[in-house]
Write a protein that binds this ligand. Sequence first.
Ligand code: S3P
Length: 435
Amino acid sequence: MNDSIKLQANQSPLQGSLRVPGDKSISHRSIMFGAMAKGVTTINGFLLGDDCLSTISCFKKLGVDIQISGTNVTITSNGMENWKEPIDILDTGNSGTTTRLMLGMLAGSKVHSVLIGDESIAKRPMKRVIQPLRQMGALISGRSDGQFTPLAVQGTQLSAIDYTMPVASAQVKSAILLAGLRAKGVTTVRESEVSRDHTERMLRQFGAEITTEKGVIKLQGGQQLTGTHVEVPGDISSAAFFLVAGAIATESSIRLEHVGLNPTRTGIVDVLQQMGANLEIEVNDSESEEPIGTLTIKSSKLNAIEIGGELIPRLIDEIPIIALLATQAHGTTVIKDAEELKVKETDRIAAVVHELKKLGADIEATDDGMIIKGPVTLSGGKLQSYGDHRIGMMGAIASVISTQPIEIEHASCISVSYPNFFDHLRIVSSFETLR
Ligand code: S3P
């Protein structure tokens, strides 16, 4: 498929106000929990990105009624014990969150199902989820003994486990907790580094009792969820692209409204502040489970920093765009403890380093991250997205400071998380595409 896009080099100021689309992690969970619950769930601000649409299509095949009207979604469900056994495979597309969380839910359901995803999903490790689920009694088979998709799940009665997480992963934690909802006994998950906690917050919203204390999460099995209303804030992982654009472009100011500011996701804010960026944060009053605010970023003089440890899970998806930010910071930025990047939609250490080097960045890969020296003037060229939305957007944002046009091949993958990304780029810049 030839869906490349060529962006004119654009070194002019960026100005404007944006409302980025809904949070991807929260949008997925709102559909999943609405489908598990009894009753009606209404969702506002839903992300109509390809990944979340994959989640919807899976639940429709399980017989759940889901109606979409703009970014409002209504789910009517009789609870997961009434899911219909699907006659078709459940296609999770490019979405790791859909695949892993579905495994947790389906394991304790009453149905047999088969999960498949795209080429990228077929390479992503599933053993990290299958192994604890099998400890709970799950009946899952798949390629290489359940390490990779396609995966077949025969729903069965599960038993609770006490599980210490070997990696910081909200997808693994959530899969276990969702299986735990249907298991006999109290499921315990222990995290040494805190990963995003949208599952815990939203389970409470749907009426479940769940406790979190010092990284130990406990959930009693057999709880019934009840339909509710979910307000989805803007995705800070999408806002991150415009935060970086505003910080690195000259004489710029970008205001981003209604952005989710859950502390397990705001590592990008910490990085910008530590680098000395000109960033203002207003936290809004909100009745939602998730904190929401407005971020205003202005052109900034940036200093290099070291990024590692507990900060990594709080910004794991932002590392590609942080690498671009670091090319404009004075000094040597070190990103470490981020091996997980190798098993995202693509190997993001290799992809980021390879593509930014093409633009003239001084960047080297390490075993667990990268080392970037700046500031460096970026040129232009033809970049690969590797079918990874965040690599594609990183390349597009580079064009706000590049001296030559930048072409992104397979740019349509950006619609996985940010379908109107180029419209938003056009609002804040004099961005033009060249053919
Ligand atoms: C997500 C968790 C993270 C993140 C992904 C979304 C989630 O993955 O990278 O984009 O919604 O739970 P891991 O759980 O693999 O760290």
